[in-house]
Design a protein around this ligand. Sequence first.
Ligand code: KE4
Length: 432
Amino acid sequence: MSIEQSQSDFEHAKRLLPGGVNSPVRAFKGVGGTPRFFARAFGSKVYDVDGNAYIDYVGSWGPMILGHAHPDVVRGVQETAAKGMSFGAPCELEIELAELVIDMVPSIEVIRFVNSGTEATMSALRLARGFTGRDKFIKFDGGYHGHADGFLVKAGSGAATFGEPDSAGVPADYAKLTLTAPFNDLDAVKRLFAENRNEIACIIVEPVPGNTGVMDLYSTGFLKALRDICDKEGALLIFDEVMCGFRVAEGGAQQRFGIMPDLTCLGKIIGGGLPVGAYGGREEIMRRISPDGPVYQAGTLSGNPLAMRAGLETLTRLREAGFYDALEQKTTRLVEGLLAGCRDAGVPAVANQVGAMFTVFFTELDAVRCGADVSTHCDLAFFGRFFNAMLDEGVYLAPSQYEAAFMSAAHSDEDIDFTIEAARRVLARLTT
Ligand code: KE4
């Protein structure tokens, strides 16, 4: 497979952009090799600038659940663009998308649109602090909520329960307001509340974590326990459903699991590939947002008609009968096929799958339950070799063991069969 143009483009881009990319994970630092520059995409496939085709399981990190360039979405965007890209003023498309999302996501009564998942989570955190009058909050090791300062924090060293900056430029004093705990460790959460009585505004959690590989917090009872502890302690529970929202069920993880947060953050699929984020929840809380209330948040392009139309055309099609059952069945067949290939090749592996998102971990563990399991017990080097070999076979997986893979409605049975067979070829080569 020739990738000369991607290689040339990457060298050019590196002179102009940090790392040659506009988002770090795209630079392939976690897997090595040259990022592919894509020229176009349609359905389940992406095509690079050298003309190579790939079956795409990244789907722009989740948004392309219908498949790329869905004709109805493209037509809607084209029609809307011809009537003006953005007004910086209210438009009826905002009302339509708000009504649709409120109808789909059980806990949302009032919603605010923003332009990214990061904006959604940073705004929800500010709102939780404004609503409770408390400054500290809890997040989980391996949980990713975008790049706002307070979220770029790792577990504090030693006995300290305070967070430490996980990025240059995040003030230590600010990071101290971020408390961290491991996934599925309820005792650690209880200790944080005991040590910071009446100081914790909220817990923010991905109800289906996808940023340390896919994790399961539901069957362990952990999510329900977080709901109960927030009720007891007077803290808000924020579900960051930027990735799992509209992905694991029409109404997201909260509908799949029947656990209601106080606030929900959304992104990715809600914009159908255009920049849309949102946060929403109980009316009593959301009415604290400006201009109804004292918590300020704003955005030039928030709710612009183009992005609203892309979201409407996308979400509407998710409500078709049987959409999620079909998506989950395809995902299960793929995951089972990949694990069977690993078994037959003598490669130790397990997978976590919730709905149409999954991660295959190369590990001797019988289950992967938290971020430390990944960083300590997964063969990240083997993952890098597997990733690049699959790329050469024409299969585009997420370029990091810490990421999720996504199925779309456009993936065919032939795509899944091809992917399973390609994995068998790759595993055979990597183990001889
Ligand atoms: P954005 O600001 O990238 O739209 O959303 C941030 C965000 C918030 N919450 C969750 C649960 C997320 O997964 C994300 C973004 N996810 C990453 C994938 N791990 C986006 C890919 C990237 O950073 O380039």
